[in-house]
Design a binder for this molecule. Sequence first.
Ligand SMILES: Nc1ncnc2c1ncn2[C@@H]1O[C@H](COP(=O)(O)OP(=O)(O)OP(=O)(O)O)[C@@H](O)[C@H]1O
Ligand SMILES: [Mg+2]
Length: 257
Amino acid sequence: MSKVIVITSGKGGVGKTTTAINLAAAMKYFGRDVLIIDGNLSTPNVGLHLNSPEVPINLNHVLRGKAEPFEAVYEHESGIKIMPSSLSVKELKRTRPERMKNFKKDFKKLSENIIVDSSAGLGYEAVCAIELADELIIVTNPEMPAVTDALKAVKIAEEMKKPVRGIIVTRVRKDGVELEPEVVKEMLEAPILGMVPEDMAVKKSVRSKGAVVQLHPKSNAARAYKEIAAKILNVPYDSNKDREGFFERFSDWLGLR
Ligand SMILES: Nc1ncnc2c1ncn2[C@@H]1O[C@H](COP(=O)(O)OP(=O)(O)OP(=O)(O)O)[C@@H](O)[C@H]1O
Ligand SMILES: [Mg+2]
């Protein structure tokens, strides 16, 4: 049975798109078919992250009835399928986000696992993306403003009767200043699916237009995303055994990778 997981957060800029892309890449790593839909219609980023910024047919065309959903699906070199949305402001003005839910059945025919990235905030557009969900994943950072906004997302999910699969805390630095995982868990009253550390490898991957799971598969962030995907898919994965070996670390140190 195909499942739609929507990635939301409340606060913007916490790591939703990074999470959508890397959960997809991690699912691919475990041999699953996966499609990312860019439900962030106002400021779409998935295409930019995965090297297909503007494509001839995108989600906006589907929502306007100008194309069939399968026509807006592209395959990234990693094998992840993506349905980008348009970068054009003119196109955005013509797009009605509430139409997304009408296509849920059609989207589900396109892949076994569907991950929907959504826009910042919890306004109309974000809520329209949430309407698509079978399950929600809420992304936050270990800081009070982000967790407070994530709590709003949890409440909206309750009101909309959408189950929250869990919380992903990203950009974790363990600097002694940020909120402890236990505090985040208590505040949000939802299970923590995983913690993703602050990792330069994420930034390097954005620059190289790929997922960290694919480009730096043994980095701390990549292993954290694989661990989360393994939990979601219920497959075994030991992140300790997936660490970089001595020679990989040495070439990194020499700047050879
Ligand atoms: N684990 C990480 N380590 C380092 N940088 C990260 C990590 N996760 C995300 N980032 C960086 O944080 C910034 C915001 O990430 P991202 O674009 O995924 O957030 P977002 O929630 O999708 O933002 P928006 O709400 O604007 O759509 C990006 O520059 C990204 O590279
Ligand atoms: Mg984003």
